[in-house]
Unconditional design. Sequence first.
Length: 364
Amino acid sequence: MASNSFGNIFRFTSFGESHGKVIGCVVDGVPPNISLSEKDIQKFLDRRKPGQSKFVSQRKESDKVEILSGVFENKTTGHPIALNIVNEDHRSKDYSEIAKKFRPGHADITYYEKYKIRDYRGGGRSSARETAVRVAAGAIANKVLNFKLKNKIKIRASVIQIGPHKINRENFNWDEVEKNPFFCADPQAANKWSKWLDEIRKKGNSAGAIIEIIADKIPKGLGSPIYQKLDSQIADGLMSINAVKGVEIGSGFESTSMLGSQSNDEIFPSEDGNYFYKTNHAGGVLGGISTGQPLIARFVVKPTSSILIERNSIDINNNAVKIRTKGRHDPCVGIRAVPIAEAMIAIVLADQLMMHEAQVGNLK
């Protein structure tokens, strides 16, 4: 079974390689009569595209999206939406020296073991270039969520740590995220990262990052108690992003240092006849089902594997070699993971919402 699709009812299938002619996807399960244009999708892609600062890849891609099907007169038709993005600035010659070598930390060696093909052109199918089409699919998922929930849900992410340097929560301000090249809600941390990461970049090295993502105004009841848990689907979506090595929901791994009396989110009746939780250590999910509180997740992105520092490896004939990876690489690939993560959360929520409607009816 090919593993190129994500989702159940709201579902997308991606295609293309890093240095191929195009990348793209087919988005299925989109209801009809939702307003949609290329401009609606492009604004999301523009946040992710490379070359926007010295802290990301200098590959120059406009990432201009073209809608091929599924939309008529700026309205979705209810049929598959095919999206196409042309690769404009691929330079396969940068990789010619390592055509028969395996880059440490990359999927080169496992890709070769599985498929017996050495696609050295920027990693081929395993490249993060594919994530552009996820962002495009996520833009459509946002349209579906806004259409069904009347623009209530807000999905936002921020880098909260680069290398050993964390943000100061007292400085956290969502309005700052679009004002610096790190998608960081703490402007002081962003200033410190700028100097530190520039030094790392000049040495030909790289750094990892932690990203926090919060979705507000999530309806109660999304998810299932066993195999389609909301949090397991979130973890699946985030872990599918290139270079992600860990995901936590709510207090996550910090929960191990808590007692049950500290970890439990107590419930109280409210004056309007509803109820509320005093805390949100669960991250908006209990038993795989949304509580109505903000959905909170964090994920770890490892340091970019492509570095200019010489490393030990082997070639396809199992000979010992030395390797340095040339090319235009992100010194911290976690930075551009912010719009990708927002897209994956939107896709998960759109899918969960439609599965909920299919089983128990529309949300009240």
